[in-house]
Design a protein around this ligand. Structure first.
Ligand SMILES: C[S@@+](CC[C@H](N)C(=O)[O-])C[C@H]1O[C@@H](n2cnc3c(N)ncnc32)[C@H](O)[C@@H]1O
Length: 326
């Protein structure tokens, strides 16, 4: 897991890659791109849940800490707190973020009440956030701590029952403000514990990349149905040619830009265009789609690392287009 490297210092933000660097990265990816046989691929897909359960059994909650960027990059998680002052000042489009969070608050006022069949956890809330692939709650607990809106309710799910159990047994888990449940994002037939059209925000942090690429589109379409008109989907995930991709050796590639780690968990490396297509094909509109390239140095290991992450915000239109007949 790459985010664990706490001893790492960021040397430069928003690094521009040279042509040579990009060519070298492409070459490296190509060298290690012979895919594993189909039966192996199938095995990693059908046992994905088991591999993540094993991961959490081994690591419990000793990883993925220090989410200092959470509220500066995603002020929608605590819109009333005004915490986005450091958010990518030099990336075009980001100045709109403050306006976006204001629009979010407004959309709560104008959106029609959802058509629900009665009670569900958090049914009386006025601002609902769902984190999918929540792991041990490294996003959920900071939200509960930071967002003091009395109308807030936070849902979180993961297909690893071990992870969900770790969330529920965390002393910070408050069932009056939060509901954790087991759910497989790629199972588009399964119902969520929250009705369609009821969520203000859906958060996907390093989770879409864990799905088989051919299951991503249907999963995002299903998630988009849960959003209220005006609701927003937030994503941060691995970008193409991130150091983690370049480090994969031969025998780890499942398909183009999709790999399996030594512990059986999988990871895809996205381009901005691929994510744009996934979200817009799900009927969402772009608010932000940026690439975050950083140079980090681990002084202990004398390593320089080029990290590439992609960050997206896509919104469900306030007015939905009429459904077309087939
Ligand atoms: C890289 S971890 C990120 C965890 C968390 N979002 C964080 O940032 O700390 C990926 C998470 O996605 C979960 N996951 C992978 N595939 C999933 C699926 N199909 N449905 C739900 N969760 C999934 C894993 O169990 C794991 O907790």
């Amino acid at each position: 897991m790459q985010e664990v490297q706490d001893v790492t210092a960021v040397i430069r933000d928003n690094v521009e890659w040279t042509k040579e660097q990009e060519t070298a990265a492409k070459k490296k990816v190509l060298e290690n791109s012979q895919p594993l046989p189909p039966e192996k691929q199938e095995e990693y897909d059908s046992r994905a849940n088991e591999f993540w359960n094993n991961f959490y059994t081994i690591h419990e909650n000793r990883f993925f800490k220090d989410r200092h960027w959470l509220f500066t990059e995603f002020p929608e998680l605590a819109p009333q707190c005004g915490l986005n002052h450091e958010s990518h000042p030099d990336v075009s489009g980001t100045d709109d973020d403050q306006q976006d969070s204001l629009d979010q608050v407004k959309s709560r006022e104008v959106a029609a009440p959802p058509d629900t069949d009665g009670d569900f956890p958090g049914s009386s809330a006025t601002y609902r956030i769902l984190e999918v692939g929540c792991g041990v709650g490294n996003t959920v607990f900071p939200i509960l701590k930071t967002n003091n809106d009395p109308g807030l309710f936070v849902y979180c799910c993961d297909f690893s029952s071990t992870a969900v159990e770790l969330v529920k047994t965390n002393p910070e888990y408050d069932p009056g403000r939060c509901f954790a449940f087991v759910h497989d994002l790629s199972d588009v037939e399964a119902t969520y514990s929250v009705p369609d059209g009821t969520l203000d925000v859906i958060v996907l942090i390093f989770v879409l990349s864990a799905l088989h690429p051919n299951k991503m589109k249907a999963s995002i379409i299903r998630l988009a149905r849960l959003l209220k008109p005006g609701g927003v989907m937030l994503l941060r995930d691995y970008g193409r040619y991130d150091m983690a991709q370049l480090r994969f050796k031969k025998g780890r590639c499942l398909s183009e830009n999709f790999y399996v780690r030594g512990d059986g968990t999988r990871v895809y490396f996205f381009t901005q265009d691929e994510l744009h297509e996934l979200f817009t094909e799900s009927g969402l509109e772009k608010v932000q789609n940026l690439v975050d390239r950083r140079l980090q140095v681990n002084r202990g290991k004398q390593l320089t690392m080029y990290r590439v992450w992609i960050q997206c915000k896509y919104r469900k239109a306030l007015v939905q287009p009429p459904e077309t007949e087939d």
